[in-house]
Design a protein around this ligand. Sequence first.
Ligand code: FES
Length: 111
Amino acid sequence: MSDSTPAVYSITLELDGERHQFQCRENQTVLSAADDAGIAVPSSCCAGVCTTCAARIQEGEVHQPDAMGVKEDLRKDGYALLCVCFPRSDLRAAAGQEDALYQAQFGQYQS
Ligand code: FES
């Protein structure tokens, strides 16, 4: 018999210079858990495409198979899309990274 109770992780999220802490289940997106905690993380498509909800993971592991808006090597570098991002451990992350992610992905194409 398997234990079907989802694990719950502790998330520390920096946004606009403020640090927020909240809990997130393993089967819940970080964006939805932030929303439940009353934290207004910028978001738009909520489907892993637009990158409005971009964050950079500083500590911890995430699962984000649907993060189409982030290249694989940048995911390894810690970039995550919170609307399609599920925690796999306690996390420390910085939200509001849309511009930084854009620069990291497309900066080399601009002169
Ligand atoms: S809100 Fe569009 S990628 Fe997350």
